[in-house]
Design a protein around this ligand. Structure first.
Ligand SMILES: Cc1cc2nc3c(=O)[nH]c(=O)nc-3n(C[C@H](O)[C@H](O)[C@H](O)COP(=O)(O)O)c2cc1C
Ligand SMILES: [Mn+2]
Length: 454
């Protein structure tokens, strides 16, 4: 499968991995498209959807490109259960990008008065959204000192024909770069690529050290270098396989009202004074397809946030504690770790290494390997029966966390809590778990006692 967005869509239309729907009836991107996605989710369906006819725009809109783990895995050419392994493989085996001299993403180049973001079919999802937002734009920027590229998703509020408000989490890399440029009193050049192959999306979301370049991780994910092309008005490169690129600058010191926006935490949050992108050029393919990621707690948004987090936590925890087996992020800011405990203090070491690996983490829970971390009832049973609060819970107060946690006070400053729900001192010496003798369970055939139609 090609690495461009079109190739990905063609493959999905052919294989219908996780479902594929073309909607021909006209929809309004103000709430109607979001309502359709939500109703399908209520029916436990997350198909890739192409809205072919969108009110007020000539561009079709596609959502849920990364809506299921199966779809993302398929795009990378791996079985679903090997997705995490492939991401960790990419962390360890990055492949640098290559430059190509031309690309269809520059078939059409718009500058000056031809720039008009209000013609984009940007969506509004919830009644609290301040304006239409671009949500599926990968922001490319470069560190002024070491030149390393950084990729991230940032919500972009449409404020006018050539202006976008941007939300950058304090402590995340784009914000670090922007602060460095402000210290120099200079604008930060950024390119926003819309319509991306899942390898680009996952690479952009990779969490890791500041100088770990996400471009190489994209190459590692797809096991071939990412092809990139030079922008027309700024000194950056963008993926040759994207649909639409916004070439822009973020001015130093400018702050304007941005938000609220319906966030992945399930709340409308983050209204504040934030920086602004000024668009210098828009380039796109002929007849571009506009990609969107439904805001709030849509499956796609949650899956996109979760997949790279889990890979990053697993590598961090395993680097401190090789006995860690698996991790799950079942809710915002929350991590469950499964570990085979070998010695005293190991559970706390594992949790501390997870806290160290990502500022978003707020609550870590660690369990023995007999607990199914995909079954929250089972995890709560472990907490109920293996935890003594004073002994097994630790709190690190007033640490930097997400600025989108509505309980944090002041904004972005949060207590971090670890719960050691492993059996003490270990599972072998703990209260025996209720079990009907195995020999009897194997011997008894239900139908011999209650018939076939019980
Ligand atoms: C759909 C989506 C939207 C996101 N929006 C934002 C945002 O508005 N601001 C932000 O700081 N992070 C946002 N994120 C999270 C960052 O993209 C993510 O933390 C990324 O790994 C940051 O990379 P960096 O630390 O390399 O800059 C979003 C993630 C997803 C999946
Ligand atoms: Mn980064």
């Amino acid at each position: 499968m090609g690495e461009d967005f079109r190739g990905f869509l063609e493959e999905m239309e052919k294989t219908k991995e996780g479902g594929f729907i073309r909607i021909k009836k006209e929809v309004d991107t103000r709430y109607e498209a979001a309502a359709i996605v939500k109703k399908l989710e209520e029916a436990r369906k997350v198909p890739l959807i192409i809205f072919e006819k969108v009110k007020g725009s000539s561009m079709p809109v596609v959502v849920n490109c990364n809506g299921t783990r199966g779809r993302v895995a398929h795009a990378l050419g791996v079985p679903k259960k090997e997705l995490e392994k492939r991401i960790i493989h990419a962390f360890r085996n990055p492949i640098p990008p290559v430059e190509v001299s031309s690309s269809p993403v520059q078939d059409v180049i718009l500058m000056g008065d031809n720039i008009d973001l209000t013609r984009f079919p940007a969506m509004m999802y919830h009644d609290t959204d301040a304006a239409p937002y671009i949500t599926a734009g990968v922001v490319f920027a470069r560190d002024p000192d070491i030149g390393v590229y950084n990729l991230s998703y940032n919500r972009l509020m449409i404020k006018g024909k050539d202006r976008l408000g941007i939300f950058m989490t304090v402590g995340k890399h784009l914000n670090v770069i922007y602060s460095k440029m402000e210290d120099l009193g200079k604008p930060l050049e950024v390119a926003v690529a819309i319509g991306n192959h899942p390898s680009v999306s996952l690479g952009a979301l990779a969490i890791g050290p500041y100088d770990e370049e996400e471009l190489g991780i994209i190459g590692g994910l797809k096991e071939s270098p990412l092809e990139m092309v030079k922008c027309k008005t700024i000194d950056l490169m963008v993926p040759a396989g994207s649909e639409i690129v916004l070439e822009a600058e973020i001015e130093p010191f400018t702050r304007e009202k941005e938000g609220p926006f319906s966030e992945f935490t399930g709340y409308a949050l983050g209204e504040g004074q934030n920086p602004v992108l000024r668009i210098k050029a828009i380039t796109h393919r002929h007849n571009p397809i506009y990609q969107d990621i439904c805001g709030g707690q849509s499956r796609e948004h949650l899956i996109m946030a979760t997949i790279p987090m889990e890979a990053n936590y697993l590598r961090a925890v395993q680097s401190a504690v090789p006995e860690a087996r698996a991790v799950r992020v079942p809710a915002p800011f929350t991590l469950i770790i499964s570990m085979e405990k070998k010695y005293e203090g190991q559970a706390r070491l594992a949790m501390l290494s997870a806290f160290n690996a990502d500022l978003y983490l707020k609550h870590a829970i660690i369990v023995d390997p007999d607990i199914d971390i995909n079954n929250l009832q089972h995890v709560l049973w472990a907490i109920a029966t293996r935890v003594q609060a004073e002994r097994d819970i630790f709190i690190v107060p007033r640490v930097r966390g997400s600025s989108l946690d509505p309980s944090a006070e002041p904004v972005g400053v949060t207590d971090k809590m670890g719960i050691d729900a492993t059996a003490k001192p270990n599972l072998d010496q703990f209260a025996p778990i209720n079990k009907v003798p195995r020999e009897v369970m194997e011997r008894i055939r239900l139908e011999d006692y209650v018939g076939k139609d019980f």
